[in-house]
Design a protein around this ligand. Structure first.
Ligand code: AMP
Ligand code: ZN
Length: 472
């Protein structure tokens, strides 16, 4: 399997540090608002990477943080007159709902920056002890020039960076950062301002800089050295460059072996972003489409290519996904009339013929997760299944065909089985049956009916006026 590594700008064979195990960290969102569909791109792409690694037999320890302390969160809290914690807790919950809708597996651990402050203070202490950081009036800075490999991920030359900063003397003065030894130095810890959340430290009551959070959470929940570190391409500089400088200086080992970055989701060929105001939230999209369509749309492009969001592309994603869903539902329908007898030789041969589509799928995914080509292989399999199945087939054969399609769509995280709908009239009939069962003191049957309805997302409520029900 090959992965494109931003660090070397090449596709490399994937060899994990430990046999059969993968340690993977994905930078998560800053939680001050509903996530937009640009934020959803790394979530969907790297969830698919994880699913494919698991399919290949790796045990994946997948860590993705929530940045729950940040200027934007504090600003929003002040606007609403509530605490920063209330804002971050609210939007973490909302983000988790969107993730569930997009069928993104929960991470092995979802650490919160505010719960990891002790670890950050420890790492900053280590950096000061090793001469990589210094305290000026309660602000701790990283001494960027001291780290020899600075710029190795973003391929930036430190002297060019310095030149870019020269005009900034005035800006630094205004922001109070003119006390830095060098304009290239960045903040590890800053003193609190009035009304801001803060934690006690030897330097000042204050809060951590953004970059130190990920270095610490990755170290704590994975290891000093990990296999894959990922995020959107805007994070390459300065966020990931600074994470490398912090972690490698503090731990004395390489930070991550493979660096993966997704390209932007654009709108009218401009990056979708909150600050530009040109965004759709995942919630907006869910009003119009099943979020599986959004997932399919994202995976229709390779994760390193930019994609331009448009209605037309969403409609074509919807049609593509529907083709798979229809095929699955037809095969399920055939199961009802298919023969109980053992699979025939001819059928077995046909199943063997479908191996080619699975192989194509794997080849595409092995080539730096080319989900666009992987989807084409799924379409070929679906087409084959459609034209090689009928009510003359055995159940066993149809079941195998179904399983083959679903195995592949599961890797892409696409839910292709139709949810069973239950009609209001059927619900009412079951409620009557339940009442009858209770009259006859057949409580086991009554419970069974309640459970059956619950499995179809119907909850019953026994009130004085009778039984009420609602869909959840
Ligand atoms: P943020 O909350 O801005 O830190 O972003 C969370 C994640 O979403 C990061 O990995 C970003 O790189 C990524 N991201 C933000 N906007 C976009 C976009 N328009 N396209 C793709 N990824 C994005
Ligand atoms: Zn990060």
């Amino acid at each position: 399997m090959k992965i494109y590594n931003t660090l070397t700008r090449r596709k490399e064979d994937f060899i994990p540090l430990e046999d059969n195990k993968v340690k993977m960290y994905v930078c998560g969102p800053t939680v001050y608002n509903l996530i937009h569909i640009g934020n959803a791109r790394p979530m969907i792409c790297f969830d698919t990477v994880r699913r494919y690694l698991e399919y290949k037999g790796y045990e994946v320890n997948f860590v993705s943080n929530f940045t729950d302390v940040d200027d934007k969160i504090i600003k929003k809290a002040m606007e609403e007159g509530v605490s920063a914690e209330e804002i971050s807790t609210r939007y973490i919950e909302e983000c988790k709902k969107d993730m569930q809708g997009m069928n993104i597996k929960p991470a092995t651990t979802h650490p919160l920056a505010t719960k990891e402050i002790d670890g950050m203070i420890d790492m900053i202490d280590t950096l000061i002890d090793k001469g990589y950081a210094y305290n000026v009036n309660g602000t701790v800075y990283y001494r960027t020039r001291k780290f020899e490999g600075y710029g190795k991920l973003s391929k930036k030359n430190i002297d060019d960076l310095e030149a870019g900063h020269r005009d900034e003397a005035h800006k630094l003065k205004v922001s109070g950062e003119d006390e830095k030894e060098d304009p290239l130095d960045f903040v590890l810890w800053k003193p609190k301002k009035e009304g801001e959340p803060s934690w006690h430290s030897a330097w000042s009551d204050g809060r951590p800089g953004w970059h130190i959070e990920c270095s610490v959470m990755s170290k704590k929940y994975l290891a000093d050295e990990i296999d894959i570190h990922a995020g959107g391409e805007d994070l390459i500089f300065p966020h990931h460059e600074n994470e490398i400088a912090q972690s490698e200086a503090a731990n004395g080992v390489p930070f991550a072996k493979y660096w993966m970055h997704n390209a932007f989701l654009n709108i009218n060929n401009k990056k979708m972003s909150k600050s530009e105001g040109n965004f759709f939230t995942v919630r907006d999209i869910s009003q119009e489409y099943d979020l599986q369509v959004l997932r399919f749309f994202m995976l229709s492009a390779h994760y390193r290519n930019p994609i331009n969001f448009s209605r037309e592309l969403m409609e074509s994603a919807k049609n593509g996904l529907d083709r798979i869903i229809t095929s699955i539902s037809n095969l399920k329908h055939l199961l009802q009339s298919a023969k109980e007898s053992a699979i025939t030789k001819e059928e077995q041969q046909k199943l063997d013929e479908t191996n080619i589509f699975r192989d194509k799928f794997e080849q595409a995914m092995d080539d730096d997760f080319n989900t666009a080509d992987a989807i084409s292989a799924v379409f070929e399999l679906v087409k084959y299944a459609n034209s090689n199945s009928s009510s003359d087939n055995t159940k066993e054969y149809i079941e195998h065909l179904l399983k083959r399609i679903i195995t592949l769509t599961d890797i892409l995280g696409l839910i292709v089985e139709k949810k069973e709908e239950i009609l209001d009239s059927d619900i009412e009939a079951l409620i009557l049956q339940r009442q009858q069962a209770r009259k006859e003191k057949n409580f086991a049957r009554a419970d069974e009916i309640r459970q059956e309805l619950l499995s179809k997302n119907i909850v019953l409520e026994d009130t004085r006026e009778g039984v009420r029900w609602k869909r959840i």
